[in-house]
Design a protein around this ligand. Structure first.
Ligand code: NAD
Ligand code: ZN
Length: 281
C-alpha cells in the first residue's frame, strides 16, 4: 500500500495534465450511501432501483406530480443539505491548488466537491443543489425558486424565466440524457489528460464509464532506436490510470487502469496528497 501511494504521488508529480474522476464511494465517508457497495441503496432495496429507472420518463409524463412527490419525500440519498465533505474531497482540492489536478469530473449529485472548494468541476450527473431547465439547459440555484410556495399555490412545476421551459432538479435521472455541456467537456478532458485518478466508482454506469476507456485507447508515438541504430516508431499509452477504490472494478479486471490502490478514499487520497507535498519540497 505505502509503495503504491508513493508510486501514485510520483506519477502525479510527473503528469502534465492530471484529472480526477469520482463516484459515490468518495462520499460514503461523509455518510451518504453509495448504490452498489455492501450498504448501498440498491444492494439493500432492489425495488427502489427498478422504480428509479423510470425517473426521467415519469418526470416528462407528469412534471407536476414528480415535483409534488419530490418535495414530500426525502430523495433516495436522504437530505444532502447538511452533509459535509470528507478528507478525500479536501485532498483533491489540495492537489488542484498545487497545480497538479486540472479538473474533477464527478458522477455525484451531492455538491460535496463544490462545498470542499474544487474550482474546476464537471458534475456529469448534475447536482441536487441546483435546478435545470430541460428545454434550454440553463441552471439555477435551488433558492432561486420558492418551491414551497409553488407547491402551496399549486403552481408546480417551476418554469424557466428565460424560455418558459419546464424546470427539474439538475440531478440527472435514469433515462435522461447527460446535459450536452458537461458531456462535451468531459470528453475533451478524457481526450487530453495524461493521468486519470479514479476514486470510488464501480465504473458500471454509462456513458461515464466510457471516459477511462476512451483515455486508455489513446496512444502516442515515441521514437525508438533499434539494435541496428535505425530509429523506429513505437506507440505507447498516452495516459496513466490509477484507481482508488474499496474493491476491484471492471476497470481493474479489464486492465483499463494501470493499478488499483485498494482502500478508503478518505485515507488514501490525503496520503497521496501528503506524499506529493514531500516530493515537491
Ligand atoms: P457505485 O455505488 O456504483 O460504486 C461505488 C464504489 O465505491 C464501489 O465500488 C464501492 O466499493 C466503492 N466505495 C464505497 N465506499 C468507498 C470508500 N470509502 N473508499 C473507496 N471506495 C469506496 O457508485 P458510482 O459508480 O458512483 O455509480 C452510482 C451512480 O449513482 C452515480 O452515477 C451517481 O450519480 C449516483 N450516486 C450518487 C451519490 C452521491 O452523489 N453521493 C450516491 C449514490 C449514487
Ligand atoms: Zn429555459
Amino acid at each position: 500500500m505505502e509503495q503504491l501511494i508513493g508510486r501514485a504521488a510520483r506519477d502525479l508529480v510527473d503528469a502534465q495534465y492530471a484529472i480526477a474522476l469520482t463516484g459515490a464511494g468518495i462520499s460514503t465517508e461523509s455518510g451518504i450511501p453509495d448504490f452498489r457497495g455492501p450498504s448501498g441503496v440498491w444492494t439493500k432495496n432492489p425495488e427502489a432501483e427498478r422504480r428509479a429507472y423510470l425517473g426521467y420518463q415519469r418526470f416528462m409524463a407528469d412534471p407536476k406530480k414528480w415535483w409534488e412527490e419530490r418535495l414530500a419525500n426525502p430523495g433516495l440519498l436522504g437530505d444532502l443539505g447538511a452533509v459535509m465533505p470528507n478528507a478525500g474531497h479536501y485532498a483533491l482540492v489540495e492537489l488542484e491548488q498545487s497545480g497538479i489536478i486540472k479538473c474533477v469530473i464527478t458522477q455525484n449529485v451531492d455538491a460535496l466537491h463544490e462545498k470542499a472548494g474544487t474550482k474546476r468541476l464537471l458534475e456529469y450527473h448534475g447536482s441536487t443543489a441546483k435546478l435545470r431547465c430541460v428545454a434550454c439547459g440553463l441552471r439555477f440555484r435551488r433558492d432561486e425558486f420558492d418551491l414551497s410556495r409553488l407547491l402551496e399555490e399549486k403552481q408546480l412545476p417551476p418554469h424557466c424565466p428565460t424560455c418558459r421551459g419546464v424546470v427539474k432538479s439538475d440531478g440527472v435521472s435514469f433515462g435522461e440524457p447527460i446535459p450536452g455541456d458537461v458531456a462535451h467537456q468531459s470528453l475533451e478532458e478524457a481526450g487530453k489528460c495524461d493521468l486519470m485518478l479514479i476514486c470510488g466508482t464501480s465504473a458500471v454506469v454509462y456513458p461515464f464509464a466510457n471516459l477511462p476507456r476512451i483515455a486508455r485507447e489513446r496512444r502516442t508515438e515515441m521514437a525508438r532506436k533499434t539494435g541496428t541504430g535505425i530509429s523506429a516508431v513505437r506507440k505507447v499509452a498516452a495516459v496513466t490510470i490509477i484507481e482508488v477504490n474499496a474493491d476491484p472494478t471492471p476497470l481493474t479486471e479489464e486492465g483499463v487502469s494501470d493499478y488499483l490502490i485498494q482502500g478508503k478514499t478518505g485515507e488514501i487520497l490525503p496520503a497521496i496528497a501528503a506524499a506529493v507535498k514531500r516530493l515537491r519540497k
